[in-house]
Ligand binder design. Structure first.
Ligand code: PMP
Length: 298
């Protein structure tokens, strides 16, 4: 992983090598931490963070689910994100805020010290290098919404995602797709899923997934373009018969899907509608289409 020089930890910038935690860190053992993935893009007016407010809002929502008493305000964390990007001289990067319980053993985190860190590093396309990716429907099901608050981005949930990723990569696929507990299409390990049907977009409804910030952006971009968008249940058979399919997410941005299990989608190529949405998304994140979704780092 490419290093950046400075990491923001509990209110101050420290050197990369100093951004450490104890081996008995609660979150390391039990997964009770919360995090975000945010992208910052190079624009003509300098680095710009995409939908910073929404990401910090979700970070604090996730923290509230774990009853974390965050010792910083949302505004302070937003400013700390900008400060971290600036301190590392990054024009374009991925930003990873994390809030975690420190040194305490036993499942109950009450009384554990709380830490907040923000790292930023250059990170290219997450599933890059291919026009369209191959995905495997996972044998693992997405977490039951009765087992956890799926709207929160909690570290431990990602064990489910890691299992699906390992399974997909072992089968030579690029990524996995989860079904939910009812057998409908849910999401990727770190992405939402869209398909094109009769020229319109369809995406799984929000109940059983982390309905992402990029998903919301895609819906709004499509609607602006006059493309119909439907949020509803999708069976895996229906997904496989899609005209086009793609992932959305901060890390993957918009990533065409070319194969699902053995079924080739749109001849393994990026589809027309996916391409147009991707182009419009890129214009927005690069500041070439005016929007209120960018926070410029000054
Ligand atoms: N689903 C899951 C499980 C994720 O981890 C992510 C990444 N945060 C997403 C969907 C996409 O969300 P976003 O567009 O907000 O990055």
């Amino acid at each position: 992983m490419e290093q950046s020089e400075k990491i923001w930890l509990d209110g101050r910038l420290v050197d990369w090598s100093q951004a450490q935690t104890h081996i008995l860190t609660h979150t390391l053992h039990y997964g009770g931490g919360v995090f975000e993935g945010i992208r910052c893009y190079k624009t003509a007016k300098g680095p710009a963070v995409f939908r910073l407010k929404e990401h910090i809002e979700r970070l604090f929502y996730s923290a509230s689910v774990l009853e974390m008493d965050v010792p910083f305000s949302k505004q302070q964390i937003e400013e700390a994100v900008a400060r971290t990007i600036k301190a590392n001289g990054l024009e374009e990067c991925y930003v990873r805020p994390i809030i975690f319980f420190g040194d305490k053993m036993g499942l109950n985190p009450i009384g554990a010290p709380l830490h907040v860190a923000i790292a930023a590093w250059p990170w290219g396309a997450y599933l890059g290098g291919k026009e369209a990716v191959d995905v495997k429907i996972s044998k693992y099901i997405r977490m039951h919404p009765g087992s956890a608050d799926v709207k929160a981005k909690i570290c431990g949930y990602y064990a489910n995602s890691i299992l699906a990723s390992l399974e997909a990569h072992k089968g030579n696929y690029d990524e996995a797709i989860f079904l939910d507990h009812e057998g409908f299409v849910a999401e990727g390990p770190g992405e939402n899923v869209f398909m094109v049907k009769k020229g319109g977009l369809v995406t799984p409804s929000a109940e059983n997934i982390l309905a992402g910030i990029t998903r919301d952006a895609v819906i709004k971009i499509a609607q602006e373009m006059g493309i119909a968008v439907e949020e509803r249940k999708i069976s895996k058979e229906e997904l496989k018969s899609a005209e086009e399919a793609f992932f959305s997410g901060t890390a993957v941005e918009i990533c065409p899907i070319g194969r699902i299990d053995e079924t080739v989608i749109n001849q393994g190529r990026v589809g027309e509608i996916t391409k147009k949405i991707k182009e419009n998304f890129e214009k927005i994140v690069r500041g070439n289409t005016p929007s209120d979704w960018l926070t410029f780092v000054r």
